[in-house]
Design a protein around this ligand. Structure first.
Ligand SMILES: Cc1ncc(COP(=O)(O)O)c(C=O)c1O
Length: 384
């Protein structure tokens, strides 16, 4: 059965980062945006906004704040007051503002290893001390070692968490989050939680926002979410922070002055149908398509390139491929130059990950197969 997600959409010459970074003969499978059309309800909302031909500075309407609150309550059983929702132009600017506003140079920030490059680099932006907590590849996939978190948090002022985790696709369990949060509370550590991928959990899993665990945890946490990944509107630059503490909100607001400006009018227009639930059926179909793509990718890799080791991601549309057993000097360069497939280089996610690449399977199945075919053929040529 074909799906609307099978449709191949030509994104060349649309000023899109994903398809512009590499030469035309390279299939881009890197940055975390999907090659799917956004849901019709969002496209309609954007069209309606465009029909009003004045594009001055925007601000979130109360209806959007209500929609976000209803969504948090319905999805995560998390009750949040309207003033706690603070819109920002992006999650990355959001957590950077928070680091600058809450910490002073030299303070320690705990981050996972491997982790999304802007999280990996954030401490350096503010002269903070990055404290790495390596994740482990186990028989159950990627997992965190809570003892390592305990040791690292004892020496830190903030935790910058990526939950669910990019690039491994790992989901923290409620018990793990509770443990980590308790350690943060015991050590007076702020929690900055990047939960941008929270609506991309696969196989019926449910995401748990760390701040939803208790009021005490929420009071020291800033959570970042956005419709951007789930509904493929990352270019519209709109996200929100949930900041229940009035004190943290005031400090965050002070940190935004002069840098983080008002929100993109189209980003806000897209967020309303997303959070009001107008795209729920599309979202369900997307999760089914992504899970099938993931399973197809893993099945083909285990059969055709069994040297590549990868855990089954619990969510997102990214696969973290350990290519060590292929014996390549630089897997990213090999696949780019010999297979003409543009992955994200593993070394961007931490110094120890040069033998990894991150593959984006948020694309029509035909493109995914094209990428795998090219990998298989390049490796066969090398072996010949
Ligand atoms: C974990 C994570 N956080 C943040 C972002 C980007 O957020 P924004 O575009 O809202 O700054 C991404 C994009 O890939 C991501 O994977």
């Amino acid at each position: 059965m074909t799906s609307s997600f099978d449709t191949l959409i030509d994104r060349s010459d649309t000023g899109c980062a994903k398809w512009s970074r590499y030469r035309d003969d390279v299939l881009p499978m890197w940055v975390a945006d999907m090659d799917f059309a956004s849901p019709p309800a969002i496209v309609d909302a954007l069209r309606a906004r465009l029909d009003h031909p004045v594009f001055g500075y925007a601000m979130p309407e109360p209806a959007l704040v209500d929609a976000v609150r209803s969504y948090l309550r319905a999805k995560f059983n998390w009750i949040v007051e309207p003033e706690a929702i603070v819109f920002v132009p992006g999650v990355v600017p959001g957590f950077n503002v928070a680091l600058g506003a809450l910490l002073k140079p030299g303070d320690g920030v705990v981050v996972e290893q491997p982790v999304y490059p802007p999280i990996h680099k954030a401490a350096a932006n503010w002269d903070l001390r990055r404290i790495d907590v390596p994740l482990d590849y186990t028989a159950d996939g990627w997992r965190c070692d809570l003892d390592r978190f305990d040791t690292a948090l004892a020496d830190a002022s903030a935790l910058l968490l990526c939950s669910p985790q990019n690039p491994t696709g790992m989901a923290y369990s409620r018990a793990e989050l509770a443990h980590i949060a308790a350690t943060c509370l015991a050590n007076d550590v702020f929690i900055l939680s990047d939960e941008i991928h929270c609506d991309l959990m696969l196989d019926g899993r449910r995401h748990v926002p760390i701040a939803s665990l208790s009021d005490e945890i929420a009071a020291c946490t800033i959570t970042f979410m956005s419709a951007s990944k789930t509904f493929n509107v990352a270019g519209l630059k709109a996200a929100f922070a949930v900041i229940p503490s009035a004190d943290l909100r005031a400090r965050f607001a002070a940190g935004t002055r002069g840098t983080v400006d008002s929100i993109n009018a189209f980003g806000l227009a897209a967020a309303l149908p997303a959070y009001r639930g107008d795209c729920a059926a599309w979202h369900d179909d997307l999760l089914g398509y992504l899970a099938a793509n993931r399973d197809h990718l893993l099945a083909r890799l285990s059969k055709e390139i069994p040297e590549i080791v990868t855990a089954k991601p619990s969510g997102l549309f990214l696969a973290w491929l350990d290519c060590s057993a292929l014996g390549l000097e630089a897997p990213y360069r090999f696949f780019l130059e010999e297979a003409k497939v543009g992955f994200s280089p593993g070394s961007d996610f931490g110094a120890d990950y040069g033998q990894f690449v991150r593959l984006n399977y948020g694309c029509p199945r035909a493109l995914l197969d094209k990428g795998i075919d090219r990998m298989v053929a390049a490796l066969a040529r090398r072996a010949a």
